[in-house]
Design a binder for this molecule. Sequence first.
Ligand SMILES: Nc1nc2c(ncn2[C@@H]2O[C@H](COP(=O)(O)OP(=O)(O)OP(=O)(O)O)[C@@H](O)[C@H]2O)c(=O)[nH]1
Ligand SMILES: O=C([O-])CC(=O)C(=O)O
Ligand SMILES: [Mn+2]
Length: 609
Amino acid sequence: MTINDVKHVKLVQWVNEIAALTTPDAIVLADGSAAQYDELVNECVEKGLCVRLNEEKKPHSVLFNSDPSDVARVEKRTFIAAKTKDEAGPTNNWIDPVELKKTLTGLYSGCMKGRTMYVIPFSMGPLGSPISKLGVEITDSPYVVINMMIMTRVGVKVLDLLGTDGYFVPCLHSVGKPLAAGETDGGKWPCAPMENKYIAQFPETREIWSFGSGYGGNALLGKKCLALRIASVLARDEGWLAEHMLILKVTNPEGKSRFVTAAFPSACGKTNLAMLIPTIEGWKVETVGDDIAWMKYGADGRLYAINPEAGFFGVAPGTSAKSNKNALIAASKNTIFTNVALTADKDVWWEGIGYDAPGPLTDWHGNEWIQDKSNKEQAPAAHPNSRFTAPANQCPCIAPEWEDPQGVPVSAILFGGRRPSTIPLVHMARNWNHGVFLGSIVGSEVTAATLDVKAGTIRRDPFAMLPFCGYNMGDYFKHWIEVGKAGDADKLPKIFYVNWFRKTAEGKWLWPGYGDNSRVLKWIFECCEGTAKTVDTPIGIMPTVDAIDRPADVSEEDMKELLKVDVDGWLKEVEDIRTNHYPKFGAHLPAELAEMLDTLEANLKAAKN
Ligand SMILES: Nc1nc2c(ncn2[C@@H]2O[C@H](COP(=O)(O)OP(=O)(O)OP(=O)(O)O)[C@@H](O)[C@H]2O)c(=O)[nH]1
Ligand SMILES: O=C([O-])CC(=O)C(=O)O
Ligand SMILES: [Mn+2]
């Protein structure tokens, strides 16, 4: 099937309009076939844009190195172009949509010269699921096409669902680097300079216009742009939730299963928790999704979640046989690597892969790199935000329900982030609104997953949605409260706040994390069953010190520290929320949350006296 066979009137019109604006040399339909995937990969290999990996070690896999300026999402260049600044809210960058469209139309003009324009029909969610949404991405990047083929369901089947007039979200993308006659990329990753990069969402018209970046969430428009920024607006209007959450299935030794979702900011452990191998006897964890969850009420009044994606775009560094064996197996074939290091025999390597570099490497810049363990300052061989794009069905612990069009019923929702102090290992909200309060105050150390905020500093990242909420975050809090009201209190998921990232005064991890997080999942499971050992505290409901099975390498004293209510630390937290965080939302802040903050402060003060 070619672009000329497309029967959808509006799609054909839109493709023609964009082609007239961007003037590509050719237009190709992404039909979703394995043959087309291979053809595109071959082209990229021939043009020197990627390296084919060792067929025995990493079958059917390639490695791309991006431009050093184009290695992560760029939040300063990400815009919510709502009609008014107030609708975009205090946490989003805003430009008037009319003005932004004018600027971008100028940039798009002739921007695909010398390139092929690809038209990618895709489905976020299982094909035909009542929760799924269809989109079409136009892009001039073959890298985007092959990544979208792994991350979403692409091609002719989507066109069949669209028919002649079905609804799709139009997603326009260009790397923003037209080629003059005879010019080539010369093996270099094409992108535009920072000041010309725009990741633009138009929430009223549900459109996405992305220009100048080829990387991750900036360019694979089904992911953060559609499945979170645009979907959060749809979810608000239609009464459901579009969230930056993993979905996992946990089964106890008696064979009873429950589903859990968890929102942690970028590079804070979603993929790892979703694929965890429990260190406690008889427990099992399986994966439904590792990054995004869409949740809607089912006919039985429970919240059901689907994973709108079909692959994993996972952080490579730190992924080892010890920390996340399942991710390594998922990415052992048919995988696209970006910005990791290359070994002499064309395998991949990264910091924290679990073994030393096997001889000299080619680092992500394309330079020779020889490991020097005596040099703590040595620049890494793999970029800290280097990633693997791997099909979800290659994950050995993928849950059988992962493509169920109805989704899976959610028992527990977790919030968390990187907090070296104050926040205990786990606590449970007293009720839904208290859980919304906990989501609204999440803070985390910034990671390498975003380019323009200094890594390591703590910032508030409500619901791990700070870079992904498509409208006013204060209204988003309100929406969460409304969703709770629409449900039946005893059918709603219980809400928890977890923190795997507590450190000692010497900067060592207080909690081993990874597989040992199953011990916390067990307590959460027991809370859902009503059998957990709990204690009421000023901040919420917590495990008694003996309620959580203690790992061998955690002392009783450390456990007490992990489960302590740090009254003074929390009072500082309250102060920061009261003076720096909540005032940003002005009249958009729900009264329920302001009350929760007062109650928390009163509880803490009472505990102090
Ligand atoms: N100390 C500690 N580190 C962890 C834990 N879980 C994950 N990490 C590290 O955190 C980093 C990011 O983990 P991921 O699971 O890829 O994070 P993510 O939330 O899926 O990230 P995005 O894909 O950016 O949304 C990796 O370097 C992990 O090794 C944990 O329980 N403890
Ligand atoms: O969107 C991306 O580039 C990667 C990702 O999952 C995140 O940053 O949360
Ligand atoms: Mn993510």
